[in-house]
Design a protein around this ligand. Structure first.
Ligand SMILES: Cc1cc2nc3c(=O)[nH]c(=O)nc-3n(C[C@H](O)[C@H](O)[C@H](O)COP(=O)(O)O)c2cc1C
Length: 300
């Protein structure tokens, strides 16, 4: 019998996200507040930006896309993330005034890892971290735009974490085993992510989230989800299944390319507005109250 196999984790993730449905609970419900307390700071929304890199100046505008979404994140009271870049670009990101977490690549050049982390701290980054899901490639260790990546051991991660006063974020956690290691090493937050489908058949972040949440019970580690998040309803599902926040990603790109700071700002506003609407319609007045009582999960 012929059938189509789907190995693309982006597609598997989208199907899983869309298979989770939401019940309505309106009587006694009020207009919800979407603000959050996150690692000692208040943000207007649990929606965060993605750790992106290499975005050019769209349509000949003055700022790169990276700076534009950073400005919009600041305007909308969101925690901002950026990814692979050199220090001069990171300095430009900091000039936007956005509270920003710098996700450093798992470079083979360990001096570069340390230099980028120290530089981030010296220019006022809000947090630092590493995307551990970019260590391996099909040829062995990955090479990203000419830069070699290398294995990151528990000892190496511990030494980065101990070398900074900033909260440390590990991006690319997709198992309870790695989540527990992050907690033991002293990471303050993990991003549950498959990095837009690097691993074939990667489990959807929302499908593994309850297992990760249970493993981290009693540990002081925040959980952010990314991959395929494109609406307030998606963010709501992440929060309901145990995340503290969720990051949009490629879903913001059309608004960013077309409309720059204002365009992507409207996109962020729309996602947050829909989140508030779904919270209100399900009887949750604040983010920290949200649980899975209004979700209908797909049959196993
Ligand atoms: C253009 C682009 C650049 C990216 N650069 C980085 C990066 O440098 N570091 C990183 O950790 N993730 C990077 N990512 C991955 C995103 O942070 C995110 O994990 C991924 O896109 C999944 O989210 P999405 O499905 O919502 O796009 C990049 C993604 C894109 C599309």
């Amino acid at each position: 019998m012929a059938y189509n196999r789907v190995s693309d984790a982006n597609e598997i993730t989208a199907r899983y996200l869309d298979s989770i449905l939401i019940k309505q609970r309106l009587i006694d419900s009020v207009v919800a507040d979407t603000s959050i307390e996150f690692l000692g700071e208040t943000f207007q929304s649990p929606v965060m930006t993605p750790a992106f890199s290499h975005l050019v100046q769209f349509k000949g505008r003055e700022l790169t896309g990276l700076e534009e979404y950073s400005v919009a994140a600041k305007d909308h009271g969101m925690l901002n993330f950026v990814g692979m870049m050199e220090n001069d670009m990171f300095e430009k990101i900091m000039a936007t005034g956005a509270k920003t977490v710098r996700i450093v690549k798992p470079y083979a050049d360990n001096g570069k890892v340390r230099d980028q982390m120290q530089f981030a701290e010296s220019v006022g980054a809000w947090g630092i971290g590493m995307d551990i899901d970019h260590i391996f490639g099909n040829q062995g260790l990955d090479v990203v735009i000419g830069e070699k990546m290398d294995v990151q051991t528990s000892d190496m991660l511990r030494s980065y974490i101990e070398s900074t006063k900033l909260p440390f974020f590990v991006k690319g956690v997709l198992s309870a085993d790695d989540a527990l290691k992050c907690a033991d090493l002293g990471a303050k937050a993990i991003l549950v992510s498959h990095h837009h489908g690097r691993l074939p058949y990667a489990v959807p972040p929302l499908q593994i989230l309850p297992e990760i949440k249970a493993a981290l019970s009693g540990k002081d580690v925040k959980i952010i989800v990314d991959c395929g998040i494109s609406s307030g309803a998606d963010v709501y599902k992440c929060l309901a299944l145990g995340a503290d926040a969720a990051a949009v990603g490629r879903s913001m790109l059309p608004s960013l390319e077309d409309g720059g700071v204002d365009g992507v700002g409207s996109f962020f506003q729309g996602v947050n507005d829909e989140l508030r609407f779904v919270m209100s319609c399900t009887g949750f007045s604040k983010v920290s109250d949200i649980d899975d009582s209004c979700l209908v999960m797909p049959r196993a």
